[in-house]
Design a protein around this ligand. Structure first.
Ligand code: IVH
Length: 707
């Protein structure tokens, strides 16, 4: 759901609550997309959530959550291909949806670089290809390996398949601009429109199943186990970027683009260089005009700062570069009948209403369901089964309902009402109110582990890449083991063989879809995970508010798994003693951990079913203790304050550099401050730092320290 409230009008409490809600919405959407292969948002809708999150963070930077979705990117690697680590992570792009977003982007770049309004700032434009990004590693001019983006750090090894794509040079050509000894070339694999049409015609005859769009077809073609299948699919490739390089080879994006082309890559013929926003917007209009006849799908235009030294200074915010932006085309719209509203039950019991639609084609894809998020959203849009609704989609995810046609018609059914009990286990489903009196937008099933839907979702989460990462134990297998009654809770996974036997079932190797090899593989993958990391196990428990970030923070703080749980046990003691208070304080004192997480841990521990499960799990697992944080930068873990005028870089740039090096940047001096960087004109902060005996540095000394 995207709330419409003007951000400036939000109170701090509203903003905090909305950031929390957005983090949940985005996490849910990510989980649906990446883990269950069952996305429920359109690109446009997903982008809208992220945009709103960013916009609120921009106005209330101090409320940015430690687990902010703006810091996350990408999809984990799928099964079947081995992982390859990218030398330099593959990030995503921020989006612009309107000319004013583009003006704002360019203004931001100017501010960051401290450029005057009339100083020359060149930018490039080229179409945003709607394909899959690839990372190609060349060593001494030879293609060594190719990987998909994956989770940004690790992608799937698709080298053998990529070798069959004619647009990808196996050996780089010599040119006056010769290639670095080692370089990661990046670009997009796509399926041309005519190849897509021909493939779907063949598929319709051969298998009766067709691909939803060229992007999916390209992805499916690249992920073939047999490279000759990939070869038959006529994939194309455009190069537009690079990752690691052993030396510089260009000064501008424009030069780099020519270099890529000289080395034998296809670069986009619509690539242009500009010196004004107006000129960028003309390019956008021109590319949009040509969109239908290009012969491949594009979903926007990418703008990049031309000078590479400026790109380097601008650097990356956590999820995307500051020097580039994707100006997206508007989403496509259709109308259809909303037949009914179903309820899906998630891992934490949240009930999500899902629209069942009369199938309709939107932007070339047949759509039959869409998320409705929550009851408030349905009420706000006044959506009722039996309505004719407008459906919008962009990209290849499940779409969004944007409105109702003819809401004033006479025979309209009564408004839809969200059930107050769980459709799976019939337990009451409630909307919680937090300690600030804010009501959760989601209704949650209170059945906990008695709810089959929640149990299966929790088990899936526990074994997923987010947590224990047990190879070969995916959504389908977990659901199957649960259905057959052999796995009901986490520890059961480690007793799988015995439990199958006890249930009187044949050995796993005789089950349909398993066989000797995959059963043996699964057992050995499970065995391998008996030794698992602290944060992975904690996260896997699926305790609310104890996600990746909080689990990592606890691992770093406590290091020892048993000491962590001893502390939780003390905090959960009843009646509340002084010792319980002290334990609680230790759990809450970590920067980035909120009271909600501590409350959730305490109630988890107090729940006898969860506590017994934890004991049983501990008996199966050897949880590895955390390692003390490594001190790889001179400022990592330090709190730094900048004051006065900086002359070599803007304040934003200095802060970004410090953050990248693992420091925490604060706006005010206190006893917790480690370093004050003071430029000319520094006043009260400098005085205070001197009184407190805090180390102060000049800008030059700071630069020397951080290199
Ligand atoms: S530049 C740091 N240029 O879109 C990333 N990306 O949604 C710089 N994409 O991850 C990327 N066409 O995979 C760039 N002409 C283009 C692109 C392009 C498609 C992809 C790329 C990126 C994704 C972001």
């Amino acid at each position: 759901m995207t709330s419409d409230a003007a951000i400036e009008a939000l109170s701090e409490a509203d903003a905090r609550a909305e950031l929390a809600r957005l983090a949940t919405e985005i996490n849910l959407a990510d989980a649906a997309y990446y883990q269950r292969d069952d996305p429920h948002l359109t690109d446009a809708e997903y982008d809208a959530l992220r945009q709103r999150n960013l916009a609120i963070e921009a106005v209330f930077p101090h409320l940015k959550r430690k687990d902010s979705p703006s810091d996350k990117v990408g999809a984990p690697v799928a099964e079947g291909f081995s992982k390859l680590q990218h030398r330099v992570p593959m990030l995503s792009l921020d989006n612009a949806f309107s000319p004013s977003d583009v003006y704002e982007f360019v203004a931001r770049v100017r501010r960051f670089l401290n450029l005057k309004d009339d100083a020359e700032l060149k930018l490039t434009s080229d179409p945003k290809i709607d394909g899959l990004s690839l990372n190609l590693l060349y060593v001494d001019g030879d293609l060594r390996r190719a990987a998909t983006r994956g989770d940004r750090d690790y992608g799937e090894d698709v080298t053998a398949n990529v070798m069959t794509i004619p647009d990808v040079p196996k050996r780089l050509s010599y040119s006056s601009n010769s290639w670095p000894t080692e370089i990661e070339v990046r670009g997009e694999v796509y399926m041309p429109s005519d190849a897509f049409a021909a493939l779907n015609q063949r598929e319709a005859i051969d298998s009766g199943r067709t691909f939803a769009n060229p992007r999916n077809a390209a992805a499916g073609s690249l992920r073939q186990l047999d490279p000759s299948v990939t070869e038959s699919r006529s994939l194309g490739f455009f190069a537009y970027m690079w990752g690691y390089k052993s030396r510089d080879f260009a000064e501008t994006q424009t030069e780099a683009n020519s270099a890529l082309s000289c080395w034998g890559f296809q670069t986009n013929p619509l690539f242009r260089t500009h010196d004004s926003v107006e000129s960028l917007l003309e390019a956008y209009a021109e590319i949009e005009r040509q969109r239908a006849t290009l012969g491949y799908d594009i979903d926007g235009v990418v703008y990049k700062v031309d000078r590479l030294d400026w790109q380097a200074r601008l650097g990356f915010a956590s999820r995307a570069p500051r020097w580039a932006i994707a100006h997206k085309f508007p989403a496509e719209v259709a109308t259809t009948l909303l037949e009914d509203i179903d309820i899906q039950v998630g891992r934490t019991g949240s009930l999500t209403p899902v629209a069942r639609l009369t199938p309709v084609t939107v932007g070339g894809v047949v759509v039959s369901n869409a998320t409705l998020h929550n009851e408030d959203e349905i009420a706000r849009k006044d959506i009722r089964p039996g309505d004719t609704v407008t459906v919008q989609r962009a990209g290849d995810v499940i779409p969004q309902i944007t409105g109702v046609l003819d809401p004033d018609r006479k025979d309209r059914p009564a408004p839809w009402v969200m059930p107050e009990t769980c459709p799976v286990c019939a337990s009451p489903a409630i909307r919680e109110v937090d300690d600030k009196g804010v009501e959760d937008v989601r209704r949650r099933c209170t059945g906990g582990l008695i709810c089959a839907a929640q149990t299966v979702e929790r088990l899936k989460h526990f074994v997923s890449r987010q947590a224990l990462d047990i190879d070969g134990l995916g959504t389908k297998q977990v659901a199957l083991f649960h259905e057959r009654g052999v796995v009901a809770s986490f520890p059961d996974i480690f007793q799988l063989d015995a439990r199958i036997e006890a249930a009187g079932l044949p050995p796993l190797s005789e089950w349909e879809g398993f066989g000797e090899t995959s059963a043996a593989k699964l057992y050995s993958a499970i065995e391998a995970r008996r030794r698992s990391g602290f944060a992975a196990v904690l996260r896997g428990l699926g305790i609310r508010h104890v996600g990746r970030t909080v689990s990592g923070l606890y691992e770093r703080h406590f290091l020892s798994w048993s000491r962590f749980w001893e502390t939780v046990a003390r905090a959960a003691a009843e009646p509340e003693t002084e010792d319980a208070e002290a334990a609680r304080a230790e759990l809450a004192a970590i920067d980035g951990v909120g009271n909600a997480a501590v409350d959730a841990l305490v109630s988890f521990y107090r729940d006898p079913v969860s506590a017994a499960m934890l004991t049983a799990l501990d008996a199966e697992l050897d949880v590895l203790d955390g390692e003390a944080a490594s001190d790889d930068s001179p400022v990592s873990g330090k709190t730094i304050v900048f004051t006065g005028k900086l002359e070599k870089m803007t304040r934003d740039e200095a802060k970004a550099r410090a953050t990248m090096l693992g420091a925490k940047v604060s706006g005010s001096v206190s006893a917790k401050t480690d370093i004050l960087v003071a430029g000319p004109g520094a006043g009260s902060k400098l005085k205070k730092a001197e009184t407190l005996g805090i180390k102060t540095l000049t800008e030059d000394e700071w630069l020397e320290l951080v290199g």
